[in-house]
Design a protein around this ligand. Structure first.
Ligand SMILES: *Cc1c(COP(=O)(O)O)cnc(C)c1O
Length: 354
């Protein structure tokens, strides 16, 4: 078994990339902002642009402090390592990114256990948290952290409402647990719900944003929380090799993204709704109604697996991702236009019938 990424097929160019919002390319204007960036040594605290980004994200999320990281995965892993000790237990949805998509990091790096909670569309309730609370005894693992994912990726890009977050956080805090929010697409939720990012993050003790999803930057995520916590997180960042040097160039792209690419996420949501409506008309395909920019669908009725469907789209220059035998995902983002959505639907219709 090889774990290397498979080299892409470069012989047929991808024209309509619905694979992931991580496939966005930095725009010319974003690259200009990168060229203009003032830089220093991020690891040593002398990069002014990284400080500017961290201050901006801390203010946006209503937290005291923030730290720049190379990826969202590192934000989650550093946060878990900082919150927990080996043997501790985390409560998270069974489909959470930390559970299935971070190479076992919580176990390998922090020695923690994750107890998977259930709930439709990647969202669990305060009642299920209460149910999972163990009596404090020398037999039970210390329960330290409740983790929520906003939006819930495998839940179909579903948004936790501020009320649902409040209810879960209240139970967590009542039992001395902290709340960590994986905010990879938090700003999609803010735009879709019409709620300030700081209101979404209000009861999360720690929270991060990814800049490489719909925001369109080439690299970076920012983890925010209390000053003491961010100080302790810095040691883990250093330990894992996440400290950077002239990070300002990448921080400038992230600042550009915050200034220009947030409100436009509404377009991605409109395009996702149009894509879902179009796909729902294709015989054999059933579509989960999207709340944001992720459109999950089932190919069972076409007689094809999701991988076969994806394989047939690829020669037409269209890519989607596969998330289960019959479950596929198509994702909208700033490099996909409304016209391309229409074209993609017509190609899908053609392919589904063959
Ligand atoms: C993409 C993603 C991550 C990881 O972010 P990277 O920047 O790719 O490391 C974590 N959580 C969720 C929900 C994601 O979608």
């Amino acid at each position: 078994m090889s774990f290397e990424p498979q080299r892409a097929d470069f012989s047929v160019p991808v024209r309509i990339d619905l694979y992931s919002d991580t496939h966005t390319r930095p725009s010319r204007a974003m690259k200009e902002a990168m060229l203009q960036a003032e830089m220093g040594d991020e690891q040593g605290g002398s990069d002014p642009t990284v400080w500017a980004l961290c201050d901006k994200v801390a203010a946006l999320l209503g937290k005291e402090a923030a730290v720049f990281m190379p990826s969202g995965t590192m934000c989650n892993q550093v946060a878990i390592a900082t919150h927990c000790r080996p043997g501790d237990e985390i409560l998270a949805h069974e489909d959470a990114h930390i559970q299935g998509s971070e190479a076992g990091g919580p176990g390998a790096i922090s020695g923690v256990m994750i107890r998977g909670l259930q709930g439709p569309r990647g969202i669990f309730t305060a009642a299920s948290v209460r149910e999972a609370i163990r009596p404090v005894s020398r037999y039970s693992p210390p329960q330290k952290l409740v983790e929520v994912e906003q939006t819930a990726n495998k839940g179909g890009g579903a948004c936790w409402s501020v009320r649902q977050l409040h209810e879960v956080a209240e139970v967590a805090h009542e039992h001395g647990m902290q709340v960590h929010m994986d905010g990879a697409r938090l700003l999609n939720a803010a735009v879709a719900l019409g709620v300030a990012a700081s209101d979404i993050a209000a009861e999360a003790d720690t929270v991060w944003l990814d800049f490489t999803k719909g925001l369109g930057a080439p690299l970076g995520a920012v983890l925010a929380g209390p000053t003491d916590f961010i100080g302790a997180a810095w040691r883990w960042k250093q330990r894992l090799g996440g400290s950077m040097r002239q990070g300002g160039m990448n921080a400038a792209a992230c600042i550009y993204a915050l200034d220009h690419n947030v409100d436009r996420l509404a377009e991605d949501h409109t395009n996702a709704a149009a894509l879902a409506r179009g796909m729902a008309q294709i015989p054999g395909i059933t579509v989960e109604t999207p709340e944001t920019n992720l459109v999950f669908f089932d190919t069972t009725g076409t007689g094809m697996t999701a991988a076969q469907f994806a394989g047939k789209l690829r020669p037409h220059g269209v890519t989607i991702s596969v998330s289960g035998t019959y479950r596929g995902r198509a994702c909208t983002h700033l490099d996909v236009s409304a016209a391309q959505i229409e074209e993609a639907v017509s190609i899908m219709r053609q392919v589904a019938a063959t």
